[in-house]
Design a protein around this ligand. Structure first.
Ligand code: GDP
Ligand code: IMO
Ligand code: MG
Length: 422
């Protein structure tokens, strides 16, 4: 029997590209959907049949009965937030316990990790990252420092281990003179969440994946965040703390690079970024406001304004190379429906120097644009590429030519049905 493959679907810019929507669309073609990185900092929106869900830790394949969903070892899990998210899905009629496995090697976000997240941000002052406040950085830091707790620790002497780690956190907070917190209620819900999680299948998901691949089953690895938020390859230090790229699929699920098949790189027809950090294509004018308004560019997790700008081909090329992207997926084409001219960033410039490669630090670089004509047509009801206006077809061809990778899907609205295969 031929071995199965792991296809990766990755956000290749600053996150919020529409990963949740496309994973949901792709799920029928796969046997397993697995998250390999991140935690409740993610917010993946899925809309179908008049229903809307925003998933944080649970993979976006959860709505398809009979498919296995996995929260992999590379993820971090907050039991209280997991319980909230899972109960919402249970109330909506989805039986999660039969279709969700959580890696025992995934790390636990404690209530005090969230307080530490706030304390570290406050200490950074004007250099703060603008994190989601979910305790992501402190949890991954402790994973690397080998002091963290894992899902597999839920069981023997758990309370003892929890209290020891919490005491260490409280000591750090006291040393930082950070006193603006009260975790009493949070901790109560967190402990309730731990009890709730015990009723789930907490397993060695790496071994399960090996077995499934050997049986010829195909797996879709659902990315979280995006390449420019990757701890190694992003705009450090304004990044998240996990490996969001194809390499992260291997470490975050325990699969071999030889098992990776297609790599879907997902991007919006324009750019957004939420949180702090350099963003050469950012628009501070009414065009930026207009993109934000039409695209509803407000964070799914924190409700913050997303910063908006035109498509950045320097960033896209970099991400395609880092990830080995084999197919591009362009989202939110419909958001640009009314613009006369659509700009594309083809290079960065600073002090008279022009580059098409990603600089070490993008601070201070400005965007060099080429202008393309807008299509001035409502795309939202289109279901076939033959309906696409010529200017949109040209825009897609322009991107394909510049990137050397085909665009195989164009999304024209948030609903599952508004997806055009190319
Ligand atoms: P993710 O984190 O990558 O899963 O993306 P988010 O869910 O955070 O953000 C994407 C937002 O765009 C959500 O509100 C989606 O419902 C919405 N969306 C996805 N695809 C499209 C599209 O093609 N057009 C429009 N207008 N909205 C879309
Ligand atoms: P999805 O999966 C967009 C950003 C935060 C902040 C930085 C670090 O929905 O695309 P963290 O809380 O991770 O320590 O924050 O990363 N960030 C995201 N931005 N989409 C996300 O996830 C993000 N997850 C984190 O805004 O700038
Ligand atoms: Mg999101």
């Amino acid at each position: 029997m031929q071995k199965g493959k792991v296809d990766a679907l990755l956000g290749i810019v600053f996150g919020d590209e529409g990963k949740g929507k496309v994973v949901d669309v792709f799920t029928p073609k796969y046997d397993v959907v697995a998250r390999f990185a991140g935690g409740p900092n993610a917010g993946h929106t899925i809309i179908f049949e008049g229903k809307k869900f925003v998933l944080r830790s649970i993979p976006s394949g959860i709505f398809d009965e009979g498919k296995l969903n996995i929260i992999g070892n590379g993820c971090v899990v907050a039991p209280d937030l997991f319980m909230l998210e899972a109960r919402e899905l249970e109330t909506a009629g989805y039986d999660l316990r039969s279709r969700l496995h959580i890696s025992r090697r995934a790390h636990l976000i404690l209530p005090t990790h969230r307080v530490l997240d706030r304390a570290y941000e406050a200490a950074k002052g004007k250099n703060k990252v603008g994190t989601t406040g979910k305790g992501i950085g402190p949890t991954y830091s402790e994973k690397a420092a080998r002091t963290s707790l894992r899902v597999g620790d839920i069981g023997n002497n758990f309370l003892e281990k929890y209290n020891a780690l919490k005491a260490r956190h409280l000591q750090i907070l006291s040393d930082m003179h950070f006193t603006d917190f009260d975790i009493t209620d949070d901790e109560k819900r967190w402990m309730e969440g731990v009890e709730y999680m015990r009723s789930y299948q907490l397993t060695d998901t790496e071994n399960e994946l090996h077995q499934l691949l050997a049986e010829g089953k195909n797996i879709l690895a659902e990315g979280a965040q995006g390449t420019l938020l990757d701890i190694d390859h992003g705009t450090y230090p304004f990044v998240s703390s996990s490996s969001t790229c194809t390499g992260g699929v291997c470490t975050g699920l325990g699969v071999s690079p030889k098992d990776i098949g297609e790599v879907f790189g997902i991007f919006k027809a324009y750019s957004t970024r939420v949180g702090a950090g350099p963003f050469p294509v950012e628009l501070f004018d009414e065009t930026g406001d207009r993109i934000r308004e039409i695209g509803h560019e407000y964070g799914a997790v924190t409700g913050r304004n997303r910063r908006c700008g035109w498509l950045d081909l320097v960033a896209l090329r970099y991400a395609i190379n880092i990830n080995g992207v084999t197919q591009l997926i362009m989202m939110k084409g419909d958001v640009l429906d009314t613009f006369d001219t659509i700009r594309v960033c083809v290079a960065y410039e600073k002090d008279g120097v022009r580059t098409t490669s990603m600089p070490y630090d993008t601070e201070g670089w400005t965007a060099v644009y080429e202008d393309l004509p807008g299509w001035k047509t409502d795309l939202t009801a289109m279901t076939d590429k033959s309906q696409f206006p010529a200017a949109l077809a040209d825009y897609i061809r322009y991107i394909e030519r510049a990137m050397g990778v085909p665009v195989t899907i164009v999304s024209v609205g948030p609903d599952r049905a508004q997806t055009v295969m190319m």
